[in-house]
Ligand binder design. Sequence first.
Ligand code: GAL
Length: 679
Amino acid sequence: MHYGGDYNPEQWEEATWREDVALMREAGVTMVSVGIFAWSRIQPAEGRFDWDWLDTVLDLLHEGGIAADLATATASPPPWATAAYPGMHARDADGSIFWHGSRQHYAPTSPEYRRLAGELVHALAQRYASHPAVVMWHVNNEYGCHLHYDYSDHARDAFRDWLRQRYGSIESLNRAWGTDFWSQRYTDFDQIVPPRKAPYSHNPSGLVDFKRFTSDALLELFTMEKQILREHGATQPVTTNFMGAFPPADYRRWAREIDVITDDNYADPNDPESFRSAAFSRDLMRSLKPGVPWILTEQATSAVNWRPSNAPKAPGQMAALSMQAVARGADGIMFFQWRQSRRGSEKFHSAMLPHAGRQTRTWREVTELGSVLAALPTLPAGPSGARVALIFDWENWWAIGNPDHPVRLDYAHLVQRWYSALHRQHVSVDIRGPEEDLSGYGLVVVPQLYLVSDAAAANLNRYVADGGHLFVSSFTDVVDSDDAFRDGGFTTVLGPILGMRVDDFGALVAPAGPAGVDSAGGALDGPPSPAGPGQRHATVSTPLGPVVGQYFAEELRVLDATVVGTFTDGRSARWPALTTRVSGAGQAHYLATIPDDPGMTTVLRWALDRAVIAPELPGLPECVEVARRGSVLTVINHGAYPVSLSLPGSNLLTGDPLDDVTLAPFAWVMTDQPTLEEK
Ligand code: GAL
């Protein structure tokens, strides 16, 4: 179990480094990520490297028994680099330059950036590949974090090359993009530009391709650095830190190139439900490389500096969120950062060692967590025990986010809400892609999978044919991988197994929220207006009671399915809303709307019942989380009040029975609890 944080010794004098190592030992730190933003200190000028300070830091860490996750430091090129090679700067869709003076201002496809970054990594690898402190390599930092998309001329050229590779001929691109619409037909790849500022909507297929290209271009940077490290004899695992469900990078594809998944997560202490979104990110990370423990590389010990209001974590909350990560497969708990900065943009960001020193609650909680993690037995790497898979897909995210749809949707937020509905019911979930093997799951939940590739369609059909239960909700199976309608209407590739077709989407007025998309809780805004213009919701009768539907009241044509729920109000009253089709041992359900939060819980309870999937533990309140890691169950109270519980087994750390246990706010217990199959 690794414990530590980002370590930026370049911000401090040598005397402080010695104190750092002593205090790290006091806090139980075992590993630090060194020098993530130290490029300008490592390489003060092109062709000149200053190693003395980094030699000393790594030697001191090693003497202190602390391992280094050594950064390749390529995330923030020094001012000398962009001054010498101004073409390195990234540009926005208007053509404005992202200047230096902050970080991540480089164009990922710039040949100068790639050359300079490559030279730096080459030099670092040569010097430190066999340094005994170095146990892992931390490539770059949060690729794409601030600068999701680059529209520079370098990006333009690289995008054209990427399109040449994908399509081979301009004719096939024209076909895929449907460029006869609005006179967009190209006669040469060199006429194509990234989706820069334009008077009106861009070609949607082109937008999706630009996002595919961006994810690939960023990944290429990672693999370039990894290859240099390997060529210079580095044998340690190589990683780059993810940011949960992050739009510009298809982490499912990236995960294949990454030795150990690492993730950064900043749950908002102001949001009482943020533990559920954190749980989603943890499950996503675990699911990206099943069976290989991941590392939480960054979180805050208390407040961050970048929200409008930066609340501190409540006493115990940092440990509760850390144990949540462990419970969901992490073998490392780390923070941004070790020592709070004295200068710079992040001086108000909390750290393991606060600016206010060691007589602080944060320091006490940091050292306590260090000893708890050190006392943990080795935990099983898996399996998660999840019988439910929730489908989450980047390509769909990109396509469904395009403009000009019946109603605007925030896909990631919707998937999070579906996840939360399962989390509230204490059901373990893996987050899978639509083309991944789903054979072990009892229930697969498919929310808003607007874009369904041919491979995904075959996979989902096979899953049901082999006896699985599929739950599909509206605005699914609308387009193919080109973001174009297929022949034969909608629901063309899943319709046969579902026994129905969607004829019309029946968009409702979307709930209020940022930019007209879904509000945080999915709550209804304003009084219900069930009929006529301005209809905001449509009630569905389900076997488990009425459910409020939002966004869509789709018009279904039922072909070969049983109607188990109908719309009961509004313009779609009495129309089918929830259908099911039994095919062999498999079942496929379709819901023609997107429910509000209580409705999601209801319809998923119905689907879980049909698939005979029970909660990990019965009768827990919603503020109590339960997570399985192999045979180990972790139970955490995220609520504001103590909760008394009767749990099976005994406390993994103390051996005490748990049949009568009270969990204070943010308290947790771990218990060894074999799965039903193991029993
Ligand atoms: C992360 C980043 C860190 C630090 C942190 C502050 O996005 O990787 O370097 O800036 O945020 O919360």
